[in-house]
Design a protein around this ligand. Structure first.
Ligand code: NAD
Length: 353
C-alpha cells in the first residue's frame, strides 16, 4: 500500500426515513434560534412545510434559489436573512438550494442545516461555484462546508425518474474519479466502491418504480458516500471535460456527467487497472464503462453530447481548452485520443472494452 493522507469531514449526518422530524432539534444543536428556510421556486411548497415543522424557529422563507448560484440571488437572500433577523439557514432541495446556503454562509458564517432532495452531493463539500456577469468561479472555503445534513429518503421520492438517473450517475462520477485520484487513499476508496454499488443497485429499480423505498434508500446512501469522495479527493479528466463542456457550450450539469462518464472511464481504463478491478467488483461486471453507458440508457437519459445540443464543430475547441489548462490525470492527455473520446461522447458510442 502506498503512503497516504486522509482528512475526515466535519459534517454531522443523520440518515434514514422520516429523519426530517429531527430538524428542530438539530437546528437548536447548531445554536440556530431564528432560521431562514431556503428552496427553489419549484420546491416553495416543501419550504412552507419545513417552516411549519420548525415552528417558532423559522422566521422566514426565501424560495428563489437558482442553478449555478447567481450572486444577484445571493444578495437578495442576504437581505432576506437580515430583514428576518435570522441566525442560520435551513436549505431544502438539490445542489442549487444548497449552493445558495453555502453562498450565504461564506459571507456571514451562519450555520447551515441541509436537507438534500437530489443525489448531487454538494452538501458534503466545501466547494462553491458562483456566477456573476455570465462567468462562473469556483472556490473552496471551510465556511462553506455545511455543519449538519439530514438525509431523509422520503424527500427523494418525488424526484422524477429522469433526474434521478442523471443526478445518480453524476454522483457515481465523483466516486469513479476518487478511485484513481492522485490523492486517493484506501478509506475513500472503500466509500467509493460502496457508493457506486449502492447507486448501481438502486437506480434501475427506481427507473421501474420511483416510489420504491428500498431502492431510494440505496440511492441516497450511495449519493452521500459519493459526495464524501468528491469532498475528499481531487478530480481528473472526467470532471475536466464536464467543466469545459458546461462552461463553453452551456450544457446541463448532471446530463453532461451522464454522457461523459463512460467515455472518460474508457479513456483512463488502461492506466488504472486497480480502480477498474474495484469498479468491476462493486458493479458485478467485467466492463464497468459499458455498464455505466447501459445504466444511462436504462434511466432514459441522453447518451450523446449531440442530443444535449453541442455542435460537432465545437469538439476541436473543447480539445484545445482541455489541454490548455489540464487537471492531473492518471493517463497522459494526448490530443488524438482526447479528440476520439469527445467524438465518441458526441455520437453517443457505447464504449467497447
Ligand atoms: P437542482 O438543485 O437545480 O434541482 C433541479 C430541479 O429539481 C429544481 O427545480 C429542484 O427544485 C427540483 N428538485 C430537487 N429535488 C426534487 C425532488 N426531490 N422532487 C422534485 N423536484 C426536485 O439540481 P442538482 O442537480 O441537485 O444541483 C445542480 C447544481 O448543484 C449545479 O449548479 C451544480 O454545479 C451544483 N453542485 C455543486 C457541488 C459542490 O460541491 N459545490 C456538487 C454537486 C453539484
Amino acid at each position: 500500500m502506498q503512503d497516504f493522507t486522509y482528512n475526515g469531514l466535519p459534517t454531522r449526518v443523520i440518515f434514514g426515513s422520516g429523519t426530517r422530524n429531527a430538524m428542530a432539534a438539530e437546528a437548536e444543536k447548531l445554536g440556530i434560534t431564528r432560521a431562514l428556510v431556503l428552496s427553489t421556486p419549484f420546491q416553495a411548497e416543501l419550504a412552507r412545510e419545513v417552516a411549519a415543522d420548525l415552528g417558532a424557529l423559522a422566521v422566514g422563507r426565501f424560495t428563489d434559489a437558482a442553478m449555478h448560484t447567481p450572486v444577484a440571488v445571493t444578495e437578495d437572500a442576504l437581505a432576506a436573512l437580515q430583514d428576518a433577523g435570522a441566525d442560520g439557514v435551513v436549505s431544502v432541495g438539490g445542489g442549487s438550494t444548497t449552493g445558495l446556503g453555502k453562498a450565504i454562509a461564506l459571507r456571514t458564517d451562519v450555520p447551515q442545516l441541509v436537507l438534500p432532495t437530489t443525489y448531487a452531493g454538494s452538501e458534503m463539500t466545501n466547494i462553491l461555484g458562483q456566477t456573476e456577469g455570465g462567468r462562473k468561479t469556483t472556490l473552496r472555503d471551510p465556511r462553506v462546508q455545511p455543519e449538519t445534513v439530514i438525509y431523509d429518503v422520503d424527500l427523494t421520492l418525488t424526484l422524477p425518474q429522469g433526474l434521478s438517473g442523471t443526478s445518480g450517475i453524476n454522483a457515481i462520477a465523483h466516486a469513479v474519479e476518487a478511485l484513481y485520484a492522485e490523492d486517493r487513499n484506501p478509506v475513500v476508496s472503500l466509500l467509493a466502491a460502496e457508493g457506486v454499488a449502492a447507486l448501481y443497485r438502486g437506480l434501475p429499480v427506481i427507473a421501474e418504480d420511483a416510489l420504491n423505498r428500498e431502492a431510494r434508500t440505496d440511492a441516497l446512501y450511495g449519493a452521500w458516500l459519493c459526495a464524501v469522495c468528491l469532498a475528499s479527493t481531487g478530480v481528473a479528466l472526467h470532471h475536466k471535460l464536464c467543466h469545459v463542456l458546461g462552461g463553453s457550450f452551456d450544457l446541463p450539469h448532471a446530463e453532461t456527467h451522464t454522457v461523459v462518464l463512460p467515455q472518460a472511464l474508457a479513456y483512463n481504463a488502461p492506466a488504472v487497472p486497480e480502480a477498474m478491478a474495484q469498479l468491476s467488483r462493486a458493479m458485478g461486471t467485467p466492463t464497468p464503462a459499458a455498464a455505466l453507458f447501459d445504466l444511462a440508457v436504462t434511466m432514459g437519459a441522453e447518451t450523446s453530447l449531440e442530443a444535449l445540443g453541442m455542435p460537432e464543430s465545437g469538439i476541436e475547441s473543447a480539445v484545445d481548452i482541455t489541454l490548455e489548462n489540464p487537471y492531473w490525470n492518471p493517463r497522459e492527455l494526448a490530443r488524438e485520443p482526447i479528440r476520439d473520446t469527445l467524438q465518441a461522447a458526441w455520437r453517443g458510442d457505447r464504449p467497447e472494452l
